[in-house]
Design a protein around this ligand. Structure first.
Ligand code: NAD
Length: 349
């Protein structure tokens, strides 16, 4: 039987969750609750039941699952209350703002015995899944670095995302997705983090950032989010000892070039204004294989399917507490790096 779900917060993402739930084979939308009357009225006008208060949602015994789609600073207080009331909870990302806050949420979940997870929906993005497949299959040999970039040109949104008190900023907003993706690819312990913020259109929170993560196996990840990039750089770029993979745009296939012969006797030097270079001369098909990998299949409904199975004790939740904490520790180290203007050595297992 489908689990009854209430979405808390009927804004942009709350709207997405209600639409998603209406098409779901595992959850049934019991309604929404939003602190703003006009959002509740809008839901009612669309035929979606609006609860009168958060307490009314908690008191409804037929409701088993709450999805919190409210601004980032409100995730902890609402999750802790909902868990204490015996509800299973999905928090939107970022799950919360720091590790101490996340630990309080995990403690509340452990005390209640209920499922508590975060909506890491970008684990179903096909560009990420393509990179993970190439990494897992060892197509490029030992991976040296992965670069993950998201570039827009419209600045940071002018809503609460631009304000510190609500947990605004791009490290929380997009960083949390891109860090989670990288940690799903490279499982080695993290040894160091370096981060720089950009303030191009907003001076209260970061409207872009550049983050480096070093791993104990020698690999390095570079994550960049920009909101003032009129020419975006490739979405993903991964280098290994035997080849390179690139995804220009998240709607495109992955281009892969692998090396089949290291030595080249007939390299044609490239002529530049300042002289010739053999080192930087492009390779040809004699020493390389070039091919495309199609976008892997993906169904984001698997997120809720897994949560419902976890509630029924038939599966473990895909986005675990330990993974949530690992990502949050990287975020915290990122903020520390920015505050100190330094590289931060860490030991994150
Ligand atoms: P939004 O501003 O569009 O909507 C937030 C809604 O929450 C508003 O309608 C507001 O009135 C309501 N609200 C605020 N405090 C409340 C409270 N205490 N109780 C009930 N309702 C309350 O914001 P959004 O873009 O929908 O973002 C909401 C959350 O979803 C954020 O945490 C954001 O990071 C996340 N999000 C996730 C994704 C994703 O892909 N996973 C995408 C966008 C946003």
């Amino acid at each position: 039987m489908k689990k009854k779900l209430v979405v808390i917060g009927y804004g942009g993402m709350g709207g997405w969750h209600t639409q998603h739930a209406l098409k779901s084979d595992v959850v049934e939308l019991a309604g929404i609750y939003d602190i703003k009357q006009e959002r509740c009225e809008l839901a009612e006008s669309r035929g979606i039941h609006a609860y009168a208060s958060f307490e009314e949602v908690l008191a409804d015994e037929s409701v088993e699952l709450l999805t919190l789609a409210v601004p980032n600073d409100m995730h902890e207080p609402l999750a802790v209350k909902a868990l204490a009331a015996g509800k299973n909870v999905i928090s939107e990302k970022p799950v919360t703002l720091d590790c101490a806050s996340l630990q309080r949420m995990i403690d509340a979940a452990n005390a209640s015995g209920k499922i508590f997870s975060v909506h890491q929906n970008r684990r179903w993005d096909v560009d990420f899944l393509a990179m993970k497949k190439i990494y897992d299959e060892g197509t490029l040999g030992k991976v040296i670095s992965i670069e993950s970039r998201i570039h827009g040109s419209r600045g940071i949104p002018s809503d609460w995302r631009g304000q510190k008190e609500y947990g605004g900023g791009m490290l929380y907003d997009w960083g949390i997705h891109l860090i989670d993706q990288i940690l799903q690819i490279i499982k080695a312990p993290i040894t160091g983090v370096y981060c720089r913020f950009e303030n191009t259109t907003n001076f209260e929170v970061d409207d872009g950032f550049k983050l480096t993560i070093d791993f104990a196996d020698g690999a390095m990840a570079y994550i960049e989010v920009g909101t003032l990039n009129f020419l975006p750089m490739p979405r993903f770029y991964m280098r290994g000892m035997k080849g390179t993979a690139k995804i220009e745009d998240w709607r495109e296939n992955t281009k892969i070039v692998t090396c089949k012969a290291w030595h080249e006797s007939d390299v044609i030097p490239v002529e530049t204004a300042a002289g010739l270079t053999k080192t930087m001369a492009p390779r040809d098909e004699i020493t390389t294989d070039t091919f495309e990998m199609e976008r892997p299949a993906s169904d984001v409904h698997d997120y809720y399917r897994n949560i419902v199975k976890a509630i029924d004790g038939e599966a473990t939740q895909l986005v675990t507490h330990a993974e949530m904490m690992k990502v949050m520790r990287v975020i915290e180290a990122g903020f520390e790096s920015v505050a100190k203007g330094q590289y931060i050595k860490v030991d994150i297992q």
